[in-house]
Design a protein around this ligand. Structure first.
Ligand code: FAQ
Length: 310
């Protein structure tokens, strides 16, 4: 890596040009993107698990169809993102191994259990809501394949967000049991949703370089503020109680939350709290059970290659 190469790259970033797969890029730019995109892909795939458990328990055919489509979308997002990481030289095998050996993370939010049907709605409203704020920002990022993936993924997440909000608003105005179910879901998902947008800026080691290179266009706290400003008033309007006694609006109109328990966040990521170990065991089982499919594909491709040569 020469100083000239770095200078030319920085100038491209300054001009807000998209960086494309074959272009020269600093090794650290490539490493950061592979880290982020692969962790994002893992999150989509592990993210199928909490909601997937409810497909055979959905209360109506309509809700079941919507949930099946949503979970299937998450699988598609995972594939899309693994491909985006592959454009940077990452291999699927290495990325999956990194997930299964905890070398790579995935979003903390998917280590929380789903206890009642309203959790499915609350995940749509809050988790997809938070993901959209983060990903709308990433749609403007400097790496072409990632930014384009985000445009498509965000439009699907918008449907996920709407179905969740519609469901929760309906239950919040429903029978006492339905209202209680929605409130219980909010009580459990509120703080994890705030945490999923990442540690406070002062404790975020990657934000500096990611911002410098136009990968992150907003900091974790800025995205969290956007999420809070949209969702706090809407949840209150739906008649629900946000489980934060310190929540208030400041003079500028921004909603301000109370202190976040970051020890819970790190414990959940490490698998010391929540379902981290179960989630990874499920992924490991899927990997093992899929081995014969990968072997068959490889045998087929080898045979096809030999056939072409003959
Ligand atoms: N969970 O320096 P920072 C979805 C880690 S997709 C676990 O601030 P950065 C769709 C971070 O990796 C949700 N780890 O990191 C859906 C780093 O560790 P490392 C996923 C977290 O990269 C909806 C360390 O902490 N979205 O929900 C978390 O600047 C419904 C220090 O943090 C993406 O992945 C966390 N929550 O900012 C699916 C979007 N937060 O890697 C199904 C792409 C931080 O150095 C159902 N990623 N860490 O070992 C990003 O935008 C960024 O990576 C952030 C973190 C904002 C997540």
């Amino acid at each position: 890596e020469t100083a000239e190469q770095h200078a030319a790259f920085e100038a491209r970033i300054q001009r807000r040009e998209k960086i494309e797969p074959g272009d020269w890029m600093p090794a650290e730019y490539r490493r950061q993107l592979i880290r982020m995109i692969s962790q994002h892909a893992h999150s989509e795939v592990v993210g199928m698990l909490p909601e997937g458990e409810w497909i055979d328990k959905a209360p109506t055919l309509k809700r079941k169809t919507i949930l099946m489509a949503k979970v299937q979308d998450e699988a598609g997002h995972g594939q899309y993102l693994y491909h985006a990481a592959e454009t940077l030289g990452a291999t699927r095998e290495d990325m999956i191994e990194a997930l299964l050996t905890r070398r790579a993370k995935y979003s903390s939010i998917f280590n929380y259990p789903t206890h009642n049907w309203a959790d499915v709605g609350m995940i749509g409203w809050l988790v997809d809501g938070a993901a959209i704020k983060n990903q709308t920002m990433l749609a403007g990022c400097s790496y072409g394949p990632y930014s384009r993936a985000m445009v498509r993924i965000c439009s699907e997440e918008t449907f996920h967000h709407k179905q969740g909000k519609e469901m929760i608003v309906l239950y919040a105005q429903g029978t006492p049991e339905q209202r209680q179910m929605a409130q219980d879901a909010l009580n459990r998902w509120w703080w994890p949703a705030l945490m999923m947008l990442g540690p406070h800026d002062a404790d975020s080691p990657n934000t500096g370089v990611l911002s410098q290179w136009g990968i992150k266009l907003k900091t974790n706290d800025e995205v969290r503020q956007e999420f809070l400003n949209e969702h706090a008033p809407e949840l209150l309007e739906a008649g629900l109680t946000i489980p934060d006694p310190d929540l208030h609006q400041d003079a500028a109109g921004n909603w301000v939350h109370g202190p976040i328990d970051w020890s819970e966040f790190w414990a959940v990521i490490k698998g010391e709290q929540g379902l981290g170990n179960e989630r990874l065991a499920t992924r490991q089982a899927a990997q093992d059970e899929g081995a014969w499919v990968r072997e068959a594909l490889e045998a087929y491709m080898n045979r096809a290659a030999k056939g072409e040569a003959a």
